[in-house]
Design a protein around this ligand. Structure first.
Ligand SMILES: Nc1ncnc2c1ncn2[C@@H]1O[C@H](COP(=O)(O)OP(=O)(O)OP(=O)(O)O)[C@@H](O)[C@H]1O
Ligand SMILES: [Mg+2]
Length: 218
């Protein structure tokens, strides 16, 4: 088994004007390539904070994060953004679509950042993903012409379209009904099976947690 992510003694303290919040301390963990890991625990325990740190979106106050043998917690802004764009897909708890772009264009964002042309295969794959999340008839809709759950599904397609090494998902199905949640779960698990993609999922869903290989309790 190849280790894909390792956290060594990470702490996180948020400083605000009025106080300091120590979210967690001395977390050590190791995740292997192709594993599906559920991050579980009550609201406010630090699930989102941990995902942000493991994916390089945020830095730990102390400790080290190693991703595919590269230490990422001390990279520069530019290095980390390149690194994220090549290796990581992130499904946010609150989806962030770009309002000036339609559903298909939003899904293609990972490629637009990398190169200024979109290959036909990529275009077709992006459309196929939108179809698979049940949005065949919404491909050209803009975010303000979509429901909340539909926007979430566009965000899922966007996070996986470039087949990243690791997909981080923060409550990926929290705003979806059972039927659409299943569509999203199926795609994630197919990617894991077909491309050995690692899944790290913060979730309150017992269903998703039980599908994972392992649970990390916060
Ligand atoms: N920027 C910040 N400044 C100060 N405190 C913060 C900041 N962001 C988060 N916190 C606090 O850190 C704690 C962990 O937050 P986090 O969002 O990681 O929790 P969570 O486990 O994802 O919760 P939920 O299940 O509700 O999404 C919370 O108590 C929160 O209030
Ligand atoms: Mg959260």
């Amino acid at each position: 088994m190849t280790e894909i992510i390792k956290a060594i003694n990470i702490n996180k303290i948020y400083k605000t004007i009025v106080d300091e919040v120590c979210v967690f301390e001395n977390i050590n963990l190791s995740i292997n390539r192709g594993e599906a890991v559920a991050i579980v625990g009550e609201s406010g325990r630090g699930k989102t904070t941990l995902l942000n740190i493991l994916s390089g979106l945020d830095k730990p106050t102390q400790g080290e994060v190693i991703f595919n043998n590269i230490r990422i917690d001390n990279l520069s802004e530019e290095e980390i953004s390149d690194f994220r764009n090549n290796n990581i897909g992130f499904i946010f708890q609150h989806h962030y679509l770009l309002n000036d772009f339609n559903a298909l264009e939003n899904v293609l964002i990972p490629f637009k950042i990398r190169e200024n042309r979109t290959d036909k295969n990529i275009l077709n794959y992006a459309k196929e993903l939108l179809e698979r999340v049940g949005l065949k008839d919404r491909i050209y809709h803009y975010p303000d012409q979509l429901s909340g759950g539909e926007r979430q599904r566009v965000a899922v397609a966007r996070a996986i379209v470039h087949k990243p090494l690791v997909i981080f998902a923060d409550e990926p199905t929290g705003s979806l009904d059972r039927k659409n949640a299943e569509k999203v779960e199926n795609i994630l698990w197919e990617l894991k099976k077909d491309f050995n993609i690692t899944l790290i999922i913060a979730t309150h869903s017992k269903e998703i947690a039980s599908m994972c290989d392992r649970k990390i309790e916060m």
